[in-house]
Design a binder for this molecule. Sequence first.
Ligand SMILES: [Zn+2]
Length: 258
Amino acid sequence: MTQNVAGDKANVESITKVGAEIHGYEPTPSDLRRGQSADLILDNGMNLERWAERFYNSFPKVDRLTLSEGIQPINIAEDSYQGKPNPHAWMSPQNALIYVENIRKALSKADPVNAATYAANAKAYSQQIQAIDTKLKQTISTIPPDQRYIVSCEGAFSYLARDYGLKEVYIWPVNAEQQATPKQVEKVIETVKAKKIPTVFCESTVSDKAMQQVVKETGAKYGGVFYVDSLSPPDGLTPTYLKLLEYNVNTLIKGLQK
Ligand SMILES: [Zn+2]
């Protein structure tokens, strides 16, 4: 997102690597060097980057901005995360528009000379996000209301579900080191059976072992992976945020339409 708003007026680098598990990421010495020399560091916030505070402590003078500022949080309902905001706000295109505006403001403040370019880039990029928003609304409207379920490993679709009228089912609320208790898996199996949900999914950055057990015990189809916490490599299926959104929408719709 930031690359799109910055265009060629700033060097934008990601701290976490493609395909990495981001919640519990361990910054490397090279990440620390890059952080130290940055003019501005952007993070998602809402406890997504559990390592962020420690990371920032190494260079307290570098400006930082939390991109989820202004987004209405959805709190997690269970486990040790109970009452904390679900961090996956970017998964809803409607929230993405708020991220883009926050990025535009931050870049314009850090580099006022290029503010007009950032504004033009942000506008063009937001229009692309709005096109996906429209497509998502249209395609979901073709699914009967009682079949609008999104079943995945991580509870990463709470915002998408809220904003687009889907019901979310997941095995664990947030990716963590210890995943999938038998109780969590059993709950999903019961729901998939009771609601006759045809297709289930998992995310690209975690093992789908627990979800394959749901498949085995319910007869639901495995619809493939969603890209949530990481993009794919440049030659992969989701090398950009917009491609990630489109890929997930297409994967979901393909699964729900059977
Ligand atoms: Zn996640």
